[in-house]
Design a protein around this ligand. Structure first.
Ligand SMILES: Cc1cc2nc3c(=O)[nH]c(=O)nc-3n(C[C@H](O)[C@H](O)[C@H](O)COP(=O)(O)O)c2cc1C
Length: 275
């Protein structure tokens, strides 16, 4: 389902849309970011990359944005695949926002290079720091730190929207050199094995088989087999299943039973189920 900005008594004016933002999200940070930008820009529609295949339609706006989370210091597979959709939209201005937990590293440089190799130009790209949803390394941090990140992000998004409005062309944001060298190497090693890393998921006895994880998984990677949950090695490591489990019964490795779950406070499960 597309999210259209409705104006003037709820009339759908998608013909007048000035910008289209495609987003990818696991725990809502990137959806919230896309919504903030759409609100600032006005006449902007936001569309989930995950459901694009089922909801393809002509895109009228010539300014296209990509908003997505940094995964393992790089661009998630789904975003890389989505780039092949862009030439048909004939965009004249492409921008990107990578949400992350403080280590954007080389992600946006990688995106720019891959786009260049496909004949696409990334005009501007920014990093927006938000709470971490990478639960194997711990929870999202104390509430006051999360709120600080939301406030700083909101301010940055206002200035990003202004630059998008002006169609600014600027160098993409990137992490320090040491980060880009070490973490780009780690991304290259990890990327090919991400789909198999779901072998570390398990379920504790709080699981009531509600099946929400099956419905939420953007990769359709989880199924019931003889009343047991099975991950089928098509994992994109977004942690949507674990983070949204109402029973907090899904675990990954040994440490997650002790770690706090996270999703953006202004994003609800229905936002992901309806995408
Ligand atoms: C598999 C995975 C890998 C991640 N890797 C990084 C990373 O390399 N650098 C970073 O700063 N944040 C990393 N994060 C944190 C997310 O980028 C960050 O929390 C993001 O805002 C989540 O967005 P979402 O809620 O839209 O999914 C990672 C998260 C996941 C799930």
């Amino acid at each position: 389902m597309k999210e259209t900005i409705l104006i003037d008594n709820g009339q759908d004016r998608s013909q007048e849309v000035k910008a289209t933002i495609f987003y990818l999200t696991g725990t809502g940070n990137s959806l919230w970011t896309a919504r903030c930008l759409a609100q600032e820009l006005g006449d902007t529609e936001i569309i989930s990359m995950t459901s694009w295949n089922e909801n393809r339609r002509p895109i009228v706006s010539k300014a296209i944005g990509l908003v997505f989370p940094v995964h393992m210091w790089g661009v998630p597979q789904r975003v890389l695949e989505f780039l092949d959709e862009l030439p048909a939209m004939s965009p004249d201005y492409i921008f990107a926002v990578a949400t992350n937990a403080g280590q954007v590293s080389n992600t946006l440089v990688q995106l720019k290079n891959v786009m260049n190799s496909k004949g696409l130009t990334l005009s501007s790209a920014w990093s927006v720091i938000l709470p971490s949803n990478y639960i194997p390394w711990g929870g999202p941090g104390p509430l006051h730190e999360q709120n600080e990140r939301f406030q700083k992000a909101r301010i940055k998004l206002t200035s990003i929207a202004q630059k998008i409005h002006e169609r600014s062309k600027m160098p993409v944001e990137k992490g320090p050199l040491w980060q880009r060298i070490i973490f780009t190497f780690l991304y290259k090693i990890t990327f090919p094995i991400v789909h198999k890393m779901d072998d570390n998921f398990w379920v504790d006895d709080r699981c009531n088989q509600c099946g929400l994880c099956v419905k939420l998984c953007p990769a359709h990677n989880i199924k019931f087999d003889n009343e047991k949950l099975v991950w089928q090695n098509r994992c994109e490591q977004c942690f949507t299943c674990l983070q949204w489990c109402p029973q907090e019964a899904l675990q990954y490795g040994k440490k997650t039973p002790a770690y706090e779950r996270y999703h953006h406070p202004e994003v609800k499960m229905k936002d992901l189920l309806n995408k």
